[in-house]
Every structure is written in C-alpha cells, then in structure tokens.
Design a binder for this molecule. Structure first.
Ligand SMILES: Nc1ncnc2c1ncn2[C@@H]1O[C@H](COP(=O)(O)OP(=O)(O)OP(=O)(O)O)[C@@H](O)[C@H]1O
Length: 421
C-alpha cells in the first residue's frame, strides 16, 4: 500500500464567465459557434501530494483556489482537467451547511451524515453519545438545524466529522465560526488525530494555527502553487504575496482616504486599510502615511511574536505647532485597548514645527502580544494654551497579524524564564 493519502495531479478548474445572461443560455443550449465567454482558471495545473499521517495547511489570499481544491478532493466538484486520487475514508467540514438538511433535527442530521459516509444505523448508534458530548449544544439536538446559530452549527458539524473515524480529515476555515473554547477543543482533537497517524488537510486564514499545527504548508496564489514547504517559510512567502497584491490594488485601497499622496509610493500601500476607519481632528497636523516594519526591514502587517517590529508614521504640518505629541495603540478585535504609548509619556523632546514640515516617527519594540489579529490606531495631538487638542486621529486604521508558534495564557507573553529544581 502506498504512503500517499491524497495525490493531486495537474488539476485545473476552469469557469466560464459570461458578460450577459443570454450568452450563458446560448452557450448552454449550443446555439452559438462563437466563443461568448471568458475562461477563468480557479486552479491551473495544480500538483501536490499529502502523505498519510501528515497535517498540511493550505494558505493563500481570497480567491486563490483553496476552497476549490478542497471541494475537488472531497468530490463535491469535478475538475475540468487532471486527476485526484484519495486513499482513505474522508470526512470533510467544508462550507457551513454542506451535507446537512435544514429541516431535519440535529440528531436526524447525524444519522443522515453517517449513512452518507457508509455507516449502518447501529454503527452510528454507537457513536451518537460521543458526537453529542463533543457538540455540547444541549436540547438543540432535537430542534431543526435551521434554528441553529452558526456557532451551534459548526459544533455539530465538527462533532460529526471527527467522530466517524475518518482516515483523512479535511477542514475549510469552518472553525473560525466557533467560540475560542470550542476552537481549542477542536485543535486538541487535531493533535489526537495526528498522534493516531491520521491525515489532516486544512485551510485557514489564521496563520498561527498553520504554524502551530501543520507539518507542511502549501501556498496558493491565483490558482497556482506558489510554495510548498515548512509552515514558517510558507507564511513568510504569504506575507510577501499580501504586500505585492496590495500594491496592485492600491487604487481601490485607501488612496481616497487622504489627499496627500503626491504620486509617490506610500508605505501604507503595504497594508489593508480599514474602509470604516474612524478619522477625526482639526488636521492642523495630518498623519499622511504609516506602516509596520518587521525585523528584516520589510514593510508587512504580519509580524512574528517575539520579534522586533516598528510602527512608523509620517505627519505633515499644515500650521505651526509648538509641541505635538505622536501616539499609537493596539486593540484586540473585541475593541479592548491592549497597549500603546506616546511621545509625551516617553518624554521624547519634539522640536516646534512649522507649516509645511514633515516629521517621521518610529516606535520600535519587541512584539510580545499573543498570536492573533489586532487593530492599529494612530494619533497626533497637543496641548496648545493648555487645552488638549486632537490634530488627527485614525482609529482602527489597519490590522496587524501576530504569528505565534507558542501558546501562553492571556493577551501577551511575559516570556517567563522557568527553572525546575
Ligand atoms: N461558481 C463559480 N463561478 C465562477 N467563478 C468561481 C466559482 N466558484 C469559484 N470561482 C472563482 O474561483 C477562484 C477560486 O475560488 P475559491 O473559492 O477556491 O478561493 P479561496 O482561495 O477559497 O478564497 P477565500 O479565501 O475567499 O475562500 C476565485 O477567483 C473565484 O471567484
């Protein structure tokens, strides 16, 4: 028996894109000899192999083809070209709702899913308690699943997927819907699975989980495999893809927020700008540019935990300001302000500014926040005539991803030195 669980051999998936609905109809009915569509390669001659017992992550930007390849592997979609060979019983957690009947109760859906995979009623009976215990959604199991919240849904779907003895587990992003406790329970299950020598293939935008749980990672970009190797290298490469992509998309990406682009390449073009940024202040001084710089000097909003990083901002003064204060802070996604500082707290002397001056401020520090997503806020303020004044503030202007390969408790890592005597 071979040691390959999944073999993807030159797989392409081509969609036909029609400008007009009637072209689609004509094409479907074979009424036209002219090509009335454009071909869109969701996947283009994709090749990879997953060995039995490996945990492999697939990463890539939106639309890079991650879901498409998982659907082809699980048989939900057919490839246009190429071949997929699977050796082992697959259990898949794809889009929420796939494989569930909304009118059935939770328990009925457990039986529906189990039989679809080939289990007898008795075999499902044996596993039912484990499934219900893992899902832990109480009496809701007797309600139709259409009444479930997305969190409950993913609990039940995951409980079914892992308790039916799969040899290969395929998970597409679904876990991000569950609460953190359930996520951690699922990741524990992943570890158990790994120990049992089962194969796991999962797609996630959570780069920390990829580095923590995967033996290998595959980076997709526009339907191609851009990289395959250690998770750390793949995440590193992904950071570069994000930067380049955002350069391409710059026109749509935030340029309209400020007027002072001046035709030069902006640092912030390396960042995904929050379209709902809260911006206010008199703008007598204006934050015209900003970025994160990682420990290699690269502009990136993906930073490794424990590494040195810099928050950099450029301020243009429209009026004379005697004592400006520059500030930054990070919030978590719940809106809790976690840390930050300003040039006044740090007792940094700033010389008086004249209209037309430009000041660049860099805050350099070690990134010890836990792995996860954070939001950056920036500010330029002051106390002219003793009164607190906001010149320019940008709240939650962009996100920062902290990638971590080590778990600790809470918001940040104290980097405890441990002695055992
Ligand atoms: N039914 C469809 N018709 C036309 N194009 C499609 C269809 N389904 C997917 N695509 C295209 O195929 C490409 C790959 O899509 P896919 O959903 O696999 O990306 P993804 O990497 O999973 O993205 P995301 O991270 O947003 O889920 C995209 O360009 C998408 O627009």
């Amino acid at each position: 028996m071979s040691d390959i669980a999944i073999k993807v051999d030159k797989v392409s998936k081509v969609y036909r894109l029609y400008d007009r609905q009637r072209d689609r109809l004509k094409d479907a009915l074979n009424l036209t000899k002219k090509q009335c569509y454009r071909e869109h390669f969701a996947l283009d001659k994709l090749d990879f192999e997953i060995k039995k017992g490996e945990t492999v992550g697939i990463i890539g930007t939106n639309g890079s083809g991650k879901s498409t390849i998982l659907k082809i592997i699980t048989g939900v979609l057919n490839p246009t070209d190429g071949e997929v060979t699977v050796d082992g019983r697959i259990s898949a957690l794809l889009e929420l709702g796939a494989g569930f009947n909304m009118e059935y109760t939770g328990i009925e859906n457990v039986y529906l899913n189990g039989t679809m995979i080939g289990f007898t009623k008795e075999e499902i009976d044996e596993r039912l308690q484990d499934i219900l215990d893992f899902a832990d959604i109480g009496d809701f199991v007797n309600q139709p699943v259409k009444t479930y919240s997305s969190g409950m849904f993913v609990r039940l779907a995951f409980a079914v997927a892992i308790n039916i003895d799969p040899e290969i587990l395929i998970v597409d992003e679904a876990l991000s819907v569950g609460d953190v406790f359930f996520q951690s329970k699922c990741y524990h299950k992943f570890e158990e699975f790994k120990k049992m020598g089962k194969t796991i293939l999962f797609v996630s935008h959570d780069l920390s989980s990829i580095t923590k749980y995967c033996d290998r990672a595959i980076l997709l970009n526009k339907g191609h495999k851009l990289f395959e190797g250690t998770p750390k290298e793949a995440v590193d490469m992904y950071k570069r893809v994000l930067v380049n992509q955002l350069d391409d998309d710059d026109e749509e990406n935030g340029k309209t927020l400020w007027e002072h682009d001046g035709g030069e390449t902006l640092w912030r073009s390396t960042l995904p700008i929050n379209p709902e940024v809260l911006e206010y202040g008199s703008k007598k001084a204006e934050i015209v540019d900003f970025a994160f710089v990682d420990n290699t000097g690269r502009y990136s909003n993906v930073i490794e935990k424990g590494s040195e990083m810099t928050v950099k901002m450029k301020v243009l003064f429209h009026e004379d300001i005697a004592e400006p204060i520059f500030a930054f802070s990070f919030k978590n996604l719940l809106g809790i302000e976690l840390c930050g500082t300003n040039t006044m707290f740090e007792k940094i002397e700033i010389t008086p500014k004249k209209a037309g001056d430009v000041q660049i401020i860099s805050f350099k520090q070690k990134m010890d926040l836990q792995g996860g997503e954070y939001l950056l806020s920036l500010g330029c303020t002051g106390y002219p005539h003793g009164e607190f004044t906001v010149y320019h503030r940008l709240y939650d202007v962009c996100n920062l991803t902290v990638v971590s390969t080590k778990n600790t408790v809470g918001y940040y890592d104290m980097n405890s030195e441990i002695t055992v005597e």
